[in-house]
Design a protein around this ligand. Structure first.
Ligand code: ADP
Ligand code: MG
Length: 252
């Protein structure tokens, strides 16, 4: 089996996995899904984690975003060790600093697009007028200004995913996570979603970490990490093929 990489750089990482391990027990079977994984995510970049279904991408994203705890190792997000936070502090951290875009959109059927985007903002404590202004701005940014009064049932898959992105974006998070954001979409809508994520990293300086097994995304990322069987196997900038010098051994 190929050696796992320890990806690092001289730039300040926005997010670090430090020897993250995760196992699941099902009946008498104990399977390790993440094997002491080390990873630096650079600030302001769109990083793509690619890899086959079942290799641990969603589990890794859930751990890096504080949705799930690791069994061992740590996560440093914006300089904060997540395991050092209590439940309420972690919830507050996630609300203030992170946005998450899910594969299945996770929208509330009864709410209009505008209400979906406003909801976390009012949760964050923003005054009503301010929340509304920011929500409208975000929906306009993803091209949904004219559709903001519609509910999910009246929107296409691509539009629903754009509402979900606007909802995450409106919080102005430093870290934006996206789990297979294009997998429920056709090619054209998938492309639009990727262009938006790319633009968010460029124009807002947001650190975007996207996991996907969709090979079309590779050319749109600043950096691509290939994952297999709970390990990062390669780390490269899409315009250039992986090189031996980029493939460093773990620094024990
Ligand atoms: P990917 O997103 O790359 O498809 P996942 O992270 O969803 O992979 O899953 C990796 C492995 O962990 C799979 O074998 C999956 O069945 C298993 N797994 C994920 N979540 C759980 C869970 N809550 N309980 C048991 N097994 C799980
Ligand atoms: Mg997954």
């Amino acid at each position: 089996m190929a050696a796992a990489l320890h990806t690092s750089s001289l730039r300040t990482p926005a997010l670090q996995a430090r020897g993250v391990r995760k196992s699941f027990v099902s009946g008498r079977v104990h399977s390790t899904v993440l094997h002491d994984l080390w990873l630096d995510v650079h600030a302001g970049e769109l990083t793509l984690i690619s890899g086959p279904s079942g290799c641990g991408k969603s589990t890794l994203l859930a751990i890096l975003s504080g949705l799930q705890p690791a069994d061992a190792g740590g996560v440093l997000a914006l300089g904060q060790e997540l395991s050092g936070l209590g439940m309420r502090e972690l919830e507050y951290f996630r609300l203030q600093h992170t946005g998450f875009v899910f594969q299945g959109f996770n929208l509330f059927p009864a709410l209009t697009a505008l209400e979906q985007v406003e909801l976390p903002l009012t949760y964050m404590g923003l005054a009503k007028g301010m929340a509304r202004r920011r929500a409208i701005e975000s929906l306009e940014e993803v091209g949904l200004g004219p559709r903001m009064r519609l509910r999910p049932a009246e929107l296409s898959g691509g539009e629903k995913q754009r509402v979900a992105i606007a909802r995450a974006l409106a919080k102005q998070p430093e870290l934006l996570f996206a789990d297979e954001p294009t997998s429920a979409l056709d090619a054209a809508n998938g492309q639009t979603v990727i262009d938006i994520l790319h633009r968010i990293a460029r124009t807002h300086g947001t650190t975007v970490l996207c996991v996907s097994h969709d090979p079309r995304l590779v050319g749109h990322a600043d950096r691509v990490l290939a994952m297999e069987d709970g390990r990062i196997l390669s780390d490269h900038v899409p315009s250039s093929p992986p090189t031996a010098s980029e493939a460093k051994e773990p620094s024990a």
